[in-house]
Design a protein around this ligand. Sequence first.
Ligand SMILES: Cc1cc2nc3c(=O)[nH]c(=O)nc-3n(C[C@H](O)[C@H](O)[C@H](O)COP(=O)(O)O)c2cc1C
Length: 434
Amino acid sequence: MNGPTTSISSALRGKRMLAPMVRIGTLPMRLLAKDYGADYVYGPEIVDKRIIGCDRIVNELLGTVDFVKKGVLNFRCLPSEKPHLVFQLGTADPDLAVQAAKTVAQDVAYVDVNCGCPKRFSLQGGMGAALLYEPDKLIKILTNLVENAGVPITCKIRMLEEKDATLALVERIINTGISALAVHCRTRDMRPTDPGKWEIWHAIAERFGDRIPIIANGDIFEGDDMDRAFEIPGIASVMLARSAQSNPSVFRHPEPRLPIDDVIRQYICYAIKYDSIYQNAKYVLMQMDHDMKSDRGKKLASAKSLRTIAELWGVEAEHDQLMTEREARRVALLAKKATAVTVEDENVSGSKRPASPTPLERVPTTAQSDALGHIDWNKDGGVESECPYIPNAPYIPKKRKTDAGDGVAVDPVVRNVPNGEPAATSATPAPSQP
Ligand SMILES: Cc1cc2nc3c(=O)[nH]c(=O)nc-3n(C[C@H](O)[C@H](O)[C@H](O)COP(=O)(O)O)c2cc1C
């Protein structure tokens, strides 16, 4: 039996966490949650095969680290996020899990295994909550990760129907040597609207809270709820999903939440700065706590560029400034690289020849995305695989080719349209509850 990774385990006490949320937990939301006081921020669940084989590319233009495969951006993070960033993995295979974790290990604080997703895609693939009912497989996955991934491992579970069975499973999970356990206080078959059963936290935390940080998740909506959860003996940390989705300034507690429009403006600026695709920004904003039936809400629903979205919240000047700055940086970087390559070429061959493609050119952003290829979601496991939490609302409509949701605009609709409206429209899925 392995012992937990002590340093991260002790760091995971007394913390507030942004829960993993597909489509929501991309870079702008993570930055915002952190600004407002979240201690750890989870990215959206990413399935092992999607991250395995990605090139890790330092995007000098944006200052990000991008994980790109076949021209598609699958995950984007900032180096400064590393101490508090959690990569959440969807997996059903011990070896693929390790390969996936190794791919991101150097850029994250720890890797979390999703053992709670109740959606059809996950269950059919033996992932998410299916692992709770195949404990031998789950234990193999966790053990292999703990022993071989080179990064601390945690997992996030739902409770089983019976308390004793839940406790027995938790004991086995903890014995693998994982660093923390997040417990969503619902069973696989409970609806998000069914009241969460906080009593399971009491039972788990009482029994295991001194061995490992237990992270409470489910129905923590207000600051007061965070306080109450922390009062449960043995509960180490709290994790919020839907309340943070509505207004991430909930993490400011005991300070009051900020007015949602202030939060949205900041979100939009991060989305622009880190080159989110407008579809993702729009989706996230549509989940926030404002009136979608208002004139502005309706305009948001039909917006087709970040510029339009920025106008709706009066930050178009910030948009233009950020784009101007980025373009200046791009030109400066290209000039620098061209000089460097020319000098190098002269040294090698004694004659000048055109600069070869640089990483900067290979990973362009909205303004220069020609070099990026596309993905056929149907070939890659199906759209639903990318959005297990949003049934009936495919992440990207089938046959449409776009990025994987983390920001780089490879959508042919958007690309080559640096600052303005795209030439054509594309559908954005309607929001729905997971
Ligand atoms: C939009 C959305 C996406 C979610 N995506 C994930 C995910 O990728 N991985 C995961 O483990 N849970 C996911 N969940 C579940 C949440 O992390 C959390 O367990 C659940 O919503 C209960 O917490 P809450 O009551 O604070 O919302 C998602 C929830 C929502 C609302």
